[in-house]
Ligand binder design. Structure first.
Ligand code: MN
Length: 203
């Protein structure tokens, strides 16, 4: 049984950066729906005992095209939102430390640079999708964007996403309307780099 990650904050605690109604709708409706559908499809595929990353990383093994597409979309929606919501905090660490910070400086020059790259990837994603910071087994870092509910796992890169920036309109439209870039700017105010660092260490 796949469960939504528990929110580490009250629905209104990310204000003014992300408003209460958006969190209520995003977590309580959208993410809840992805989770419900993913559970049904994973059951159907006989994969309910696997973990979500394992399912997303082996979609090619599912021969039924409708089921495969469903798992890619609903499973991706489940996984991506668990990552997104688990890294948001009203009292975030505004920077990583240790190995992750070292790697960021090495690969991108500075924390501001990687944030800028992630922002640009998110803002430039045509239509619905995400930008991701992901890491390979060796600890190398990658900034990418994905459409829909795809991610570096379902895209077969073998990398682990450690930061997910949701730019589906449901993530920001109630407050920011068409101004995606304004939401992306505010996202960094509630992104907890401590959580990102934990995920980097666990990859
Ligand atoms: Mn979303």
């Amino acid at each position: 049984m796949f469960n939504q990650v528990e929110l580490g904050f009250a629905m209104d605690e990310l204000e003014p950066h992300i408003d209460k109604l958006t969190i209520e709708t995003h977590y309580g409706k959208h993410h809840a729906a992805y989770t419900k559908m993913f559970n049904e499809l994973a059951e159907k595929a006989g994969a309910a005992d696997k973990d979500a990353a394992e399912i997303l990383g082996s979609l090619d093994s599912i021969s039924d095209e409708t089921l495969r597409k469903g798992l890619r979309n609903q499973g991706g929606g489940y996984y991506n939102h668990n990552l997104y919501f688990s890294t948001l905090s009203p009292k975030p660490a505004k920077a990583p430390t240790g190995k992750l910070l070292e790697k960021i400086n090495e690969a991108f020059g500075s924390l501001d640079e990687v944030k800028d790259k992630l922002s640009k990837a998110a803002i430039g994603q045509f239509g619905s999708g995400w930008s991701f910071l992901s890491a390979d087994k060796e600890g190398n870092l990658f900034v990418t964007a994905s459409p829909n509910q795809d991610n570096p796992i379902s895209e077969g890169t073998g990398r682990t996403p450690i930061l997910a920036l949701d730019v589906w309109e449901h993530a920001y439209y109630l407050k920011y309307k068409n101004l995606r870039a304004d939401y992306v700017k505010e996202f960094w105010e509630v992104l907890d780099w401590k959580k990102v660092e934990e995920l980097y260490e666990k990859r």
